[in-house]
Design a protein around this ligand. Sequence first.
Ligand SMILES: Nc1ncnc2c1ncn2[C@@H]1O[C@H](COP(=O)(O)OP(=O)(O)OP(=O)(O)O)[C@@H](O)[C@H]1O
Ligand SMILES: [Mg+2]
Length: 231
Amino acid sequence: MTENLSVPHVLQARNLVKRYTEGGTTVEVLRDVSLHIAAGEMVAIVGASGSGKSTLLHLLGLLDTPSDGDVEVDGQRVAGLNETERSRLRNRRLGFVYQFHHLLPEFSAVDNVAMPLIVRREKRPVAREQAREVLAQVGLQHRMEHFPGQLSGGERQRVALARALVTRPGCVLADEPTGNLDRYTAESMFELLLRVNKEFGTALAIVTHDPALAALAHRQLYIEKGKLVES
Ligand SMILES: Nc1ncnc2c1ncn2[C@@H]1O[C@H](COP(=O)(O)OP(=O)(O)OP(=O)(O)O)[C@@H](O)[C@H]1O
Ligand SMILES: [Mg+2]
């Protein structure tokens, strides 16, 4: 991989290994994965089902810890941090869109999106105002007070994206944000991701099954047999 020294990295992974041990058997899902994501860059991560895409994204998003290797966010090493420091770094610098949206069913769209700001002790009216702004930017101004159960799959994914963006993170990690959507809705979600990348300068790491969508990213990374290959 080429190093671009003029652009700072928002995310860097060095020699990541992830093993799961169950019933005496150890499975090495990721072996020696290194990558970097520059500020403002859009990277697609592709691979077969079970190849370790979600596992990698969770490590990059500081939602899980590697068996070996380390992640750096804005040049800060994560390995030495305790759980609280790790959560703070995640909340300040990263946004995450889960494979299955993970919205809180008992909260409205605006309250779901406001949540990361509430977590960082922003006042509720301020948090809700910022949440409204981002929901409008993802085209959901007419769905602010709807609950997740009252939204379509595509709308839910937009709320999940708005929640990831509301803190203005340097990088958003999205795990198959178009995976459960029909072709048309998937394309419009991807166009939205492209717009977010361009207009906000947010770096994006997107896991997708869809080669046509992956081709729209600046770089494509493939996971195979626990290794990462750039194409
Ligand atoms: N908590 C866990 N304990 C044991 N094995 C796990 C755990 N999480 C994931 N795995 C295994 O790691 C492998 C990779 O899983 P992962 O969810 O990262 O795949 P994926 O590439 O995201 O697949 P998909 O495209 O289906 O979402 C799978 O074989 C899975 O069974
Ligand atoms: Mg997955």
